[in-house]
Design a protein around this ligand. Structure first.
Ligand SMILES: Cc1ncc(COP(=O)(O)O)c(C=O)c1O
Length: 457
């Protein structure tokens, strides 16, 4: 597969170094075989997340110098306001320090104990913010999302029949709002079609349920629609984005993804009364509504980044880079979730290490091996993250998939980095039988993947 040439050239560089095999081994031991505990400077290529890790452009850095740090009514806020209104078209908005702050405010205003919030799949911070208010997040993605080899072009779609049945079962009055996450991060970065967005919006509207979009990767989703959905080939990305948001009553967004900034978020809504409550919550927790926990310079970088994230040449390169890495891995016999997602490639760890049972963490073993072999950091998305004992039987319930996620920061790494990652995983594959599993030496009850410690078996 052809690698798309980067639509930029490099003006500032940040050196990275490849430490020796012995140093990598020592670093792993010191980190208790948990890559979250490694020092970032010991990592050669860091694919832990694409959130807040992208490279800002010269225009964004220049905009930072124009930051107006006035507490209220700053020039930078007005610049951001004009970009947000132009792209998303909602009546009201507030900036927040990141996506989960927007989710927290929305949940504080609308979720009451026992209420349900359906979505294709909630991201974990959205899920946790709903639960923190006593609500119940519900995932209704189509079944194809769980089949790693299915080539469905929109594997992030919400199952409309499941949504209708669910609303009938629990009653619309128990649903303060419905959601859709575009693209579906928890489900492999897979996109949602415009047809599905329209169908979901129509069901929510019919039941008078406000519809919110989790818009973290909306630009990548819009690009997938342009590439894969009939009738959208000749529309511009910004037109597609505007059509997406015209279907909704509001949105939460982590700007650390498709707005290519290191920090920032947005909460947009159409309902005036709700906006009053949102502002009160924001003032309590984040800051005045014209800065919402950000500095003026952050608002400037965000206003510029929103447009750069929609640039068609950039998006073609971005999705092309992810697809290239997946293709190189597949050529080397390393299976990945198909088709490649927008922001990340998900390696099927059970297929690479079939001899390691789920109780010995094949995803973790592959994640550790990737650092040991090449000082590349990925992230386990499997039993370390999700296995839990059944509350009734006490039996361990394992997730359907054991994955190693390679999330690609925006505008950061080049083709030779992608080749290096693919070669490293190909080397691991060639000696896969010799790789063994892990056991916990420490694991907290909640969100254990962040701080757990391991020992090789
Ligand atoms: C889909 C989605 N929603 C929300 C969030 C939360 O955003 P933040 O990390 O800015 O709080 C993320 C972060 O990864 C995400 O991927």
């Amino acid at each position: 597969m052809q690698y798309p040439p980067e639509p930029f050239r490099i003006k500032v560089v940040e050196p990275v170094r490849l430490i020796s095999r012995e140093q990598r081994e020592a670093a792993l031991q010191a980190a208790g075989y948990n890559v979250f505990s490694l020092k970032a400077e010991d990592i050669f290529i860091d694919l832990l997340t694409d959130s807040g890790t992208g490279a800002m452009s010269h225009e964004q850095w220049a905009a930072i110098m124009r930051g107006d740090e006035s507490y209220a009514g700053a020039r930078s806020y007005l610049r951001l306001k004009s970009a947000v209104e132009d792209i998303f078209g909602f009546k009201y908005f507030v900036p927040t320090h990141q996506g989960r702050a927007a989710e927290n405010i929305l949940a504080a205003c609308l979720v009451k104990p026992g209420m349900y919030i359906p979505s294709n799949m909630h991201f974990d911070t959205t899920d946790a913010n709903i639960r923190a208010r006593g609500g119940r997040p519900v995932n209704l993605v189509i079944d194809e999302a769980f089949d790693p080899s299915s080539l469905h072009p929109f594997k992030g779609n919400l199952d409309i029949a499941k949504l209708k049945t669910f609303i009938e079962k629990v009653g619309a009055e128990t649903i303060p709002f419905g959601m859709l996450t575009v693209t579906n991060n928890a489900g492999g970065g897979q996109p949602i079609s415009m047809e599905n967005l329209k169908a979901a919006a129509a069901v929510y509207r019919e039941h008078k349920i406000p519809f919110f979009i989790d818009a973290a990767r909306y630009a990548e989703n819009a690009c997938f629609i342009k590439l894969r959905e009939k009738g959208y080939e000749n529309k511009s990305i910004i037109e597609i984005a505007r059509e997406i948001f015209s279907l909704a009553d509001g949105m939460c967004m982590s700007a650390k993804k498709d707005a290519i900034v290191n920090i920032g978020g947005l909460l947009c809504i159409n309902d005036e009364k709700l906006f009053g409550n949102v502002k009160n919550e924001l003032i309590l927790r984040e800051g005045f509504p014209t800065y919402g926990g950000l500095a003026g310079r952050d608002l400037e970088a965000l206003a510029v980044g929103l447009y750069e994230g929609l640039d068609e040449a950039y998006l073609a390169y971005r999705l092309g880079q992810t697809a290239y890495l997946a293709a190189r891995l597949n050529e080397a016999g390393v299976p990945t979730i198909q088709p490649a997602g927008g922001h990340a490639v998900y390696v099927d760890a059970r297929a690479v290490l079939p001899h390691i049972p789920q109780g010995e963490f094949p995803g973790q073993a592959l994640t550790v091996e990737l650092f040991r072999e090449g000082a590349v950091r990925g992230c386990e998305i499997g039993s370390v993250m999700f296995a839990h004992p059944d509350p009734e039987t006490g039996q361990m319930v394992y997730p359907k998939l054991e994955l190693l996620r390679l999330a690609i920061p925006r505008r950061m790494y080049t083709q030779s980095h992608m080749d290096y990652i693919a070669d490293t995983l190909a080397n691991i594959k060639s000696r896969a039988e010799s790789i063994r599993g892990y056991k916990f030496t420490y694991a907290p009850e909640l969100l254990r993947h962040f701080t757990a410690q391991f020992e090789p078996l």
